[in-house]
Design a protein around this ligand. Structure first.
Ligand code: AGP
Length: 618
């Protein structure tokens, strides 16, 4: 997610505003970003801005080359690109009139607002949703020269998620912020005050902070902090003392990025869904920029990916085939091109990748293009190679995934692949609008359901700690539960260095059941009893078979499914949802189990041995 810092200090212009903001951005670098920028306000001088693509060092070099004026107020931003490539023009702050704005989040209705502004003669220079906000604030300020009121007026028009900071060249003693579904905290100083996307932005200067609630606007001056709601009604903000050290602050108070990112998953899924339907509820994936005729003519889909991303493809296969009646093959990218695949101009090759740099997957994309296929990248990282070399890209909005083991990107990849499947079904007429709307409604309910799973994870963690000395764990699943079982096994392998294997439950009798001996821990991902009955009854039989041979059965089951209890040593429940969406919930206990067990073993869950976050060699 983007990093945001704001500062206002003494009446005498100095270098401190810039120093504080750059230090804050350094402390927010862990959040991952692809460009950075600052805006300074000085009494009697116009707004000064500097912004550069790439790392903070590029911005610092720019400022060293073109020194910025002494100032009294400043805002700074590290951008994780969502709308528009990571380049100098799209970097924040965005300026309009005397206003500079920085933004974290996604403005879902920016296209409508942009069209309104262009119709009013406003010229745009960037591809970002944030520039729309800058122009709106400048126009509101021109009506009423009060920055706080201008930001309140604009904030009420925005849909989506946002943390906004704004300054105006006419007012060197004020920084204003607004938040909706995106974090913002206030740092309280002596003769100076701070704003940050999290406390690490100002922890070097103060640990005295104010928490801001939903739909609130905050105005900071050197001596005052005022908080109101979007209507201007004053609200009381909770004061607190930051008791994290700087390292913990970077992880939002979690023990590890792994733990933090598991808990980021509700937001990651919600953000991936944002901005992809129009006001009528129809799916709008214009960003694909693939000719509709090409998509209508597709007669096969091949997913190419590696590791967890491949398991996301396996999950999506069930949904896309069910919704679109198009055959979906899921291929390990490093195997794909060597098997001389049958690919032609009617094949849609979908490359799934968090980093967008996995060499195996990139080589598969190149091979697919040579064979005449249309290539589409489902990727989390803007500006990466795979989307650049693909014909189209559908971005997940999971935010930067720091831990090597993929979690929130996995759920976002599944979500994006579902959106693709529903879009194809909509375009090709396989499903009526109301059927697609129903699935979208269920998808929108998933973030809250993931949060419910996270909230009840205490037992999973307890079991994981008990099992810290386990040498082998098996994972079983059927249908969409099968790739979930595979992903659960991969998480345990890469985090806890334990032998783990995922199987299709139906495969048990064809060999793997020989592995079952007394005490052998086996996770079983049970499909909803409300879905295809044969799926559920068969996996209950599998549980009985392994239990009869002494296995320790750890069952992931839907709330209310009492049929599994007689055969389960442990039952971890997940909220009800439809069969095809269940993987978005069922995998979460398995992620937590692997992370907790590895932590109990004293292992580094963020940087597991032998692994790299992006495998850029074949
Ligand atoms: C997942 O936990 C692993 N880190 C690994 O399997 C990863 O999913 C795989 O290397 C693909 O990476 P990508 O999504 O960046 O292409």
């Amino acid at each position: 997610m983007c990093g945001i810092v704001g500062y206002v200090g003494s009446q005498q212009p100095s270098g401190r505003p810039l120093e504080v903001v750059l230090e804050g951005l350094r402390r927010l670098e862990y959040r991952g970003y692809d460009s950075a920028g600052v805006a300074l306000v000085s009494p009697g001088a116009s707004l000064a801005t500097a912004k550069k693509a790439g790392k903070l060092a590029n911005l610092v070099e720019e400022i060293d080359t073109h020194p910025m004026p002494a100032a009294t107020a400043a805002i700074g931003h590290t951008r994780w690109a969502t709308h528009g490539a990571p380049n100098d023009v799209n970097a924040h702050p965005h300026v309009s009139g005397g206003v500079a704005v920085i933004h974290n989040g996604i403005v879902e209705n920016f296209a409508t607002l942009k069209a309104e502004l262009e119709a009013a003669g406003v010229a745009f220079t960037s591809e970002t949703d944030t520039e729309v906000v800058a122009h709106l604030v400048a126009r509101a300020y021109a009506q009423t020269p009060d920055l706080t009121q201008a930001l309140r007026t604009v904030a009420q028009r925005l849909h989506g998620t946002f943390t906004l900071l704004a300054v105006h060249g006419d007012d060197p003693t004020t920084v204003v912020g607004a938040r909706h579904d995106s974090p913002l905290v206030v740092g309280l100083g002596d003769g100076e005050n701070f704003l940050g996307s999290d406390v690490s932005a100002f922890i070097a200067s103060t640990r005295d902070a104010l928490e801001l609630g939903q739909d609130q606007v905050v105005t900071i001056t050197p001596t005052e902090v005022t908080v109101t709601d979007f209507d201007g009604t004053p609200v009381e903000a909770r004061r607190f003392t930051v008791d994290w050290d700087a390292a913990a602050a970077e992880k939002g108070g979690f023990r590890s990025f792994m733990d933090k990112e598991i808990h980021d998953q509700p937001q990651a899924v919600a953000d991936t869904l944002l901005g992809r339907t129009d006001t009528t509820g129809r799916l709008v994936l214009d960003e694909l920029r693939i000719d509709e005729a090409v998509l209508r003519a597709v007669d096969k889909i091949v997913v190419v990916a590696c590791g967890t991303a491949a398991y996301a493809g396996h999950v999506a296969k069930y949904a896309i085939e069910h919704w679109c009646r198009i055959p979906v093959e899921v291929e390990l990218a490093h195997e794909f091109r060597y098997r001389d695949p049958v690919v032609d101009e009617r094949t849609l090759v979908v490359a799934v990748s968090q980093s967008g740099e996995t060499m195996d997957t990139l080589m598969a994309v190149r091979h697919a293009k040579e064979q005449g296929a249309t290539t589409l990248a489902i990727v989390n990282t803007h500006g990466s190679t795979i989307p650049r070399e693909s014909d189209a890209a559908l971005y997940t909005h999971a935010g930067p995934e720091i831990a090597v083991a993929s979690t929130k990107a996995f759920l976002s990849q599944i979500t994006a692949a579902y959106l693709l499947g529903l879009y194809l079904a909509q375009l090709r007429g396989n499903k009526y609008a109301d059927e697609i709307g129903q699935v979208l409604d269920e998808l929108r309910a998933i973030p809250d359901k993931i949060q419910q799973v996270l909230d009840r994870a205490g037992r999973v963690r307890e079991i994981a700690r008990w099992m810290a000395d386990t040498q082998s764990v098996l994972f079983l699943g059927r249908h969409v539960g099968y790739p979930v079982a595979m992903e659960g096994a991969l998480k345990l392998k890469e985090l806890a260095y334990i032998h783990a294997e995922g199987f299709a439950a139906g495969e048990l009798k064809h060999g793997p059941i020989a592995l079952i001996e007394p005490g052998q821990p086996v996770f079983v991902v049970v499909p909803s009893p409300r879905g295809r009955d044969s799926l559920h009854s068969k996996i209950v039989s599998n549980i009985q078979e392994i239990r009869a041979r002494g296995a320790r059965t750890l069952v992931i089951a839907e709330e209310g499914d009492e049929t599994v209890r007689p055969y389960a040593d442990e039952v971890f429940t997940v909220p009800q949802t439809s069969t095809l969406l269940a993987p978005l919930l069922a995998v979460v206990p398995l992620q937590i189990f692997a992370c907790e067990l590895a932590t109990a073993k004293g292992l580094d869950v963020d940087q597991p041995r032998n692994l790299a976050k992006s495998v850029t060699v074949e």
